[in-house]
Design a protein. Structure first.
Lengths: 298, 298
């Protein structure tokens, strides 16, 4: 349902599972289900897992053997999450290494409703390729675009990690009616980076995502993994931002945590009326956003 | 010249004039010229004035008599700034209430080179209309698009105040090759707003502009007026952000100030290589950014 159609209380409790995956996918699924139980017990109605929660962050290296970690959607993990959603009558967002066809794999996210139905799917559109984050090797660029999906607890947009640096992704998802943007993530520091550099990176990461909340008047939930895996120390620090970019809740940088926060969705309308940015976009002048670069001649 | 062509030292000193205009435009021009003298004396090579520096912030009310404050470009103010630019061999950005034709006025910015030539002009694209900020009454929406202009001290993009809330404006200006985005501004608190609301507004204002630095790997300079005028207390707090959103320098919220900062333009290339967002934009999937809203059907 969209904003104008919603009736009843406008506040929705979200639960963000900031975890530190172990080597065994079976064990990580078990931990995720336990985390969902706990978040649901604490009243969360929308529960989001971190990016690729089922495995260690395998894109640290390029190795074809990792393709066997992929699975179809729907598949065993979707089904396990659907059962948990049905059990607790909650909405669940899971991030899954999707096997679509031989040679076509995606970094995908699924949205499961409280009846256990698959309400939506997203395939990561922006893929990093940087030392330690070799995602362009594993994942085919997403082809489902930027969408959002109706749930009984609000209209949800899913974006994944690297997408968080692109204002276009947040904007398009918000324009499709999203009230909350979720960013399952796996971002951390490379070995040997100084405390100053670390702080700078984490600050920019938080800042750019909070800016999407401001620009679009939506809630933003970033759900990051935590802990050391190989050469990367994932920085956790999952957070929820309100529609003017204010921090509602924030997890620490060191430990597994279930971050619970209440999102009053009526703040979306209120913020957008006070700061009517969506009224004033110059859509007549944005055509060149589909250009790679506007090479300067002078 | 663009980045690859520049030779010599890559650091450029900017000077931001955070002023509190008095009722007399002649007096404000005199103060601006004194400020330019002082900034140049302190080594600034690019000097930026705040939005509509020549006058009090007249859009607090809608009154046709204020149209007489407008002037053509080039006109007396452009000429006075050009003389100052030539005198000090500096680049100057001035914000001017432009009279284009009877009934067509713009909130414009001019870029003047060290020889006193008009290098570029910008007409504010996004116009606010909110209590105390009735700009849609005075200004015709800009029709020059989002551009940047080459100067001996870097390639400069000009945007004005309300533009700062729109990631599209920063993106397009950066894609045109801008290395530094300047935002002459006039933003403040309405009477009666609580300290908590004030802090929230100012934080969001700083955050969204720093996010443009992050998303685009450019320097961002925000130049705001300061002091009380009628029912608005302008919050100053002009700042310079580096290409990963870090604060280089920041002025206070209470007083007139000349904020001096060094921008090492080589950090642009370096930041963009470390964080290659411009490499990964999904230009095949951004077409709907020219839509007003993507009305959800489900």
């Amino acid at each position: 349902m969209n904003q104008s159609q919603r009736t009843g209380p406008s506040s929705v409790r979200v639960g963000l599972l900031q975890m530190s995956p172990e080597p065994s996918p079976a064990r990580n699924l078990q931990k995720a289900l336990q985390g969902i139980d706990e978040a649901a017990r604490r009243g969360a109605k929308i529960i989001c897992l971190e990016e690729l929660f089922l495995t260690r962050y395998f894109p640290q290296t390029e190795a074809a053997r990792h393709f066997k970690l992929a699975e179809p959607i729907p598949g065993p993990t979707t089904r396990a999450l659907a059962e948990a959603a049905r059990k607790h009558k909650v909405v669940i967002l899971g991030s899954i290494f999707e096997k679509r066809a031989g040679g076509i794999y995606h970094n995908s996210a699924v949205l499961i409703g409280p009846e256990g139905k698959l309400l939506g799917k997203y395939r990561k559109m922006h893929l990093p390729d940087d030392p330690g984050f070799y995602e362009k090797f594993y994942f085919t660029p997403g082809d489902l675009g930027f969408q959002s999906f109706s749930t009984p607890h609000g209209r949800i947009g899913m974006l994944v990690c690297w997408d968080q640096w692109f204002p276009e992704a947040a904007r398009l998802t918000a324009l499709s009616g999203a009230e909350i943007l979720f960013y399952p993530s796996a971002i951390g520091w490379a070995a040997g980076e100084s405390p100053k550099v670390r702080k700078r990176q984490q600050s920019a990461w938080e800042l750019i995502q909070r800016s999407h909340a401001v620009a679009n008047g939506v809630f933003v939930c970033a759900v990051n993994r935590v802990g050391r895996e190989g050469k990367i120390k994932f920085w956790g620090s999952s957070f929820v931002a309100d529609p003017f970019g204010g921090l509602v809740a924030k997890a620490g940088p060191e430990r597994e945590e279930i971050l619970i926060a209440d999102c009053d969705l009526s703040k979306i309308r209120q913020t957008r009326e006070d700061w009517p940015f969506l009224r004033d976009r110059r859509i007549d002048a944005y055509g060149a956003l589909t250009s790679r670069f506007l090479d300067p001649r002078t």
